[in-house]
Design a protein around this ligand. Sequence first.
Ligand code: ATP
Ligand code: MG
Length: 587
Amino acid sequence: MRCDHYNMVVERKVSVVKNYAKMSTTYAPTLKEDPAEAELASHKLLLRAGMIRKTAAGLYSYLPLAWRSLRKIEAVIREEMEAIGAQEMLVPMVTPGELWHDSGRWEKYGPELMRMEDRHGREFCLGPTHEETFTDLVRNELRSYKQLPVTLYQIQDKFRDEMRPRFGLMRGREFIMKDAYSFDATVEGMQRTYEEQKDAYARICERCGLRALPVVADSGQIGGDTSVEYMAVADAGEAELVYCECGFAADTEAASAGITVAEGESGDLQKILTPGCAAIADVAAFLNMSESGTRKALAIVTGEGKPAVVFVPGNHEMNDVKAEHAFGEFHLMTDEEIEYYGLVKGFIGPVGLPEGIAMFADRSLQQSEWWVVGANEADYHFVHALRGRDFAISDDHWVDVATAQEGDACPRCGKALSAARGIEVSQVFQLGTKYSEAMGATFMDEDGKEKPFQMGCYGIGVSRTLQAVVEQHHDEHGIVWPVCVAPYEVEIVPLDVKGEVRDVAERIATEAVRAGLEVVLDDRKERAGVKFADADLMGFPYQVVLGKRGVKNGMAEVKDRATGERVDVPLDEVATWLTHAIVPKRA
Ligand code: ATP
Ligand code: MG
């Protein structure tokens, strides 16, 4: 058989010639000084390396280098989603207000929702998340249990009018998110899908070079029962975490840690003069006892408008998020309110509390019967106050409101917890039927009955992830990109841009590109010092330095940006050497 015809077809296939980039024309305007607007190292470096620019508060432009990294992060996400059968698609960023009214979130979401009207006065919002849109999408057309489970996702800009947009890409008002929504027939199915997404999220973090902890989280605005956040560990993170060597980790907002409470001494109830001791530390010092043995009293007005006092161990804080779960939209009493309700600031206690004020206590205090507390009288405390004898907390007034902290017992294994800070890069939720019920999204089950979908939702902050990578990978000279998400893998730095050195630089750049590497050549007519400083600032993983003498001796110097190690490599072997170093480190 003759094959000419087939050969011809193959030859006619268009092949794109890959080329290396040139630094002289790369749009990456670098800055010598730290920009005043930036606090975090990662924010400063992304600005200084010419990767992002602020267009307005919370609105950033991604310049070409940042965009290359973002596309790599997205590629990792796409691979991991495809591997578990999630399907990529795209819905409009603009969401009809109607859908948000359906779910009840139009009112609930507050001023973070960027709302607008069209020319006919119809309400819309710029999507901060898309549960409504996706639920609406399937509610009429995904009909049978036979079609389930289905997981749909998109990578798209999201909009949130954050109260304090800051830290560059960390908290923007427009940012890139990957968001996925799963529809299952059963709770078990939803849990399985959730676990798959959760595992994929762990791999995504790892493949992007992030050290991240999966932490038990509060489910916030989205709602639902079970949720995990991936926290990139970094001192600059906004979230406070507790974690244990056994693998347990939790946001302090959600952790129900085993708080150990010191028991007070037994005896007859005794009122003691504690002059000026309104603060816990002063009381503990005055009575020569541990802060944990005292009780902190917080006067609040609950979401229902009722006055209440909440007790937590003296050495712990009350957590706002937990307290909101317990009391609704509560607030701490103002000085005027404290007075109005007949309380004495700094000396509030459970014995002789004015009438009509409810008492609540953190569950950890169930361990202790003998309390040291304020006497509801200026400058006085009670010691030996016995629960059950001198005061009582009713059974349904034990609440989980204390913030977990370093040294509390791990709820899983009992060892002491450590504290860290983290950047939330992603979060997965089991939603159950929250949205499907509110929006009437049902399917026909095997038993012939209409049932609401069991849903999950899964979000990754793509742009935040980029900055989190920089926050974890930098030094005093600049960014230290892990290979997996580096804008380029190699920078060729000829110290002479004419004659033989230039020829060799171009040849090596071409060879490296042909070997499949991503290469930028610093062809600028700049001093060596400037080129080195910029190379370190931009932080591509490998630098190939070519000087006159080296080239004459047939050698290039290859520097590993992460370790600072330099090796001399024969000019002919540079491309191969780089390939061996780089390919195994790709995402
Ligand atoms: P945060 O608690 O930081 O405000 P969130 O819990 O409200 O975030 P989600 O609704 O879980 O955020 O959104 C999914 C992901 O989107 C987050 O894990 C985070 O990585 C990213 N993200 C959320 N808000 C922003 C923002 N303002 N700027 C950049 N990324 C964001
Ligand atoms: Mg979140």
